[in-house]
Design a protein around this ligand. Structure first.
Ligand code: DAH
Length: 350
C-alpha cells in the first residue's frame, strides 16, 4: 500500500516536471492562444485546479516536495501568461504607430508663399543674375535718408507727393515713404562700383481702396560706377522686363523725381490681346511699371560720392502692382487680408 502510494506520488512528480517543461516551452502569437493556455492551466477547471485536488492523495513525506513543485508550476504558468500578454500588447501598439510599412507615404501638407514674397524673390533673382546685391534699411527712418539727402529739402513741394506718417513725438522721424532711403544708406556705407537692389515695406498716409493701400512694398535699384549712361539704364530695364514678364518692348516717358535727372516713367507694352489686357492697360496696350532716372549729382554729393568721377542710375517699382498684374488680382486689399482661400492658390508657385 505504502509503495503504491509512493509510486503514485513519483508519477505525479514526473507529470509535474513534464508540465513545467511544457509551460516553459510555450509561446503564442495571438491573445486567443494565450487565453486558451491560461484556461488550460489556470482556469477554474484547469490542470492546476486538478493537481491541487490530487494534493490530498500525496504521501505525507512527499507533500512538501510535491507542494513546492506545484507552486513552481503555478507561478511559471502565471508569469508566462502575463509576459506573453504584455509582449503582444506592445507589438500591436508599435503596429499602430508604423502601420503597414509597405504603404506609400502620406503626402506632407506644403505651406504657401505669399504672392508678395513670390514676386519679390523673382525680382531679386532677375537682378542677382547680373550682379546686383540685396540691401535693406529701417522702416522707421529719419528725414535725412527719406527726404533731404534725396534732394528733397524742407519745404520742397515734392514732399507733398508722398503723404507721410510722422512719429508723433519726433517730427524728424517717420515711416519711410519709399525704399529710395536705402539708396542713401547704401551710398553712405559703400564705395562705387555699387550695384544693389533694396526690397522693403513702405508706408503712406493714403486712403485704402481697391488700388491703393497705406502699406505696400517696393524694390529700389541703384547702379553707380564710372561712365554709367542712360543707355545702360535702358538695357538693364529691357533685360528686367524680358526676364520678369517675357516682354521686352518698353518706353520711357519723361517724368520728374527730385533724386534723378533726367527722370522717366517706364511703361511696358502689355498688348491688347484679351479682354483683361484691355482692362489692365485701359485700352492703350501700355502699362506703367516703375520710375527711374540718372542719379542727381546732388544726391551723390550728399553721400560723399564725387559726381565728377561717378554717375549712376536708379529705379523703383511697387511689388503689389506687379503681383496684381501677374496673378490678375483685382483688389490690392486681398494681399493684406490673409484669407487662406486666397493664399492657398499660390501653393504650386515657389
Ligand atoms: N521713390 C519713387 C517712389 O516711391 C520711385 C522711384 C522713382 C525710385 C525713380 C527711383 C527712381 O530710384 O529713380 O515713387
Amino acid at each position: 500500500m505504502v509503495n503504491l502510494q509512493s509510486n503514485f506520488t513519483l508519477a505525479m512528480l514526473d507529470k509535474l516536471q513534464e508540465l513545467i517543461s511544457e509551460v516553459q516551452a510555450f509561446s503564442a502569437n495571438s491573445k486567443e492562444k494565450v487565453e486558451a493556455f491560461r484556461i488550460k492551466f489556470l482556469g477554474s477547471k484547469g490542470i492546476l485546479k486538478d493537481l491541487f485536488t490530487e494534493f490530498k492523495n500525496v504521501e505525507p513525506s512527499q507533500k512538501k516536495e510535491f507542494g513546492q513543485t506545484l507552486n513552481t508550476l503555478k507561478t511559471l504558468a502565471e508569469t508566462k501568461v502575463s509576459e506573453l500578454n504584455n509582449h503582444l500588447e506592445n507589438s500591436t501598439q508599435s503596429k499602430k504607430v508604423y502601420g503597414d510599412l509597405t504603404r506609400p507615404g502620406e503626402p506632407i501638407e506644403l505651406g504657401t508663399r505669399h504672392p508678395i514674397s513670390i514676386v519679390k524673390n523673382q525680382i531679386i533673382d532677375v537682378f542677382s543674375r547680373i550682379g546686383f546685391t540685396i540691401s535693406e534699411g529701417p522702416e522707421i527712418e529719419d528725414d535725412w535718408h527719406n527726404f533731404t539727402a534725396l534732394n528733397l529739402p524742407e519745404y520742397h513741394p515734392a514732399r507733398d507727393m508722398q503723404d507721410t506718417f510722422f512719429v508723433e513725438k519726433n517730427p524728424d522721424m517717420l515711416l519711410r515713404t519709399h525704399t529710395s532711403s536705402v539708396q542713401i544708406r547704401y551710398m553712405e556705407n559703400n564705395k562705387p562700383p555699387i550695384r544693389t537692389i533694396s526690397p522693403g515695406r513702405v508706408f503712406r498716409n493714403e486712403d485704402i481702396s481697391a488700388r491703393s493701400h497705406c502699406i505696400f512694398h517696393q524694390v529700389e535699384g541703384l547702379y553707380i560706377d564710372t561712365d554709367v549712361s542712360f543707355a545702360d539704364l535702358k538695357q538693364t530695364l529691357i533685360y528686367f522686363t524680358k526676364e520678369m514678364f517675357g516682354k521686352s518692348k518698353i518706353r520711357l516717358r519723361p517724368s520728374y523725381f527730385p533724386f534723378t535727372e533726367p527722370s522717366a516713367e517706364v511703361d511696358i507694352y502689355w498688348g491688347l490681346k484679351t479682354e483683361t489686357d484691355y482692362r489692365i492697360t485701359k485700352g492703350t496696350g501700355w502699362l506703367e511699371i516703375m520710375g527711374c532716372g540718372m542719379v542727381d549729382p546732388n544726391v551723390l554729393k550728399n553721400t560723399n560720392i564725387d559726381p565728377e568721377k561717378y554717375s549712376g542710375f536708379a529705379f523703383g517699382m511697387g511689388i503689389e502692382r506687379i503681383a496684381m498684374l501677374l496673378y490678375q488680382i483685382p483688389d490690392i486689399r486681398m494681399l493684406f487680408e490673409n484669407d487662406v482661400r486666397f493664399l492657398e492658390q499660390f501653393k504650386s508657385v515657389i
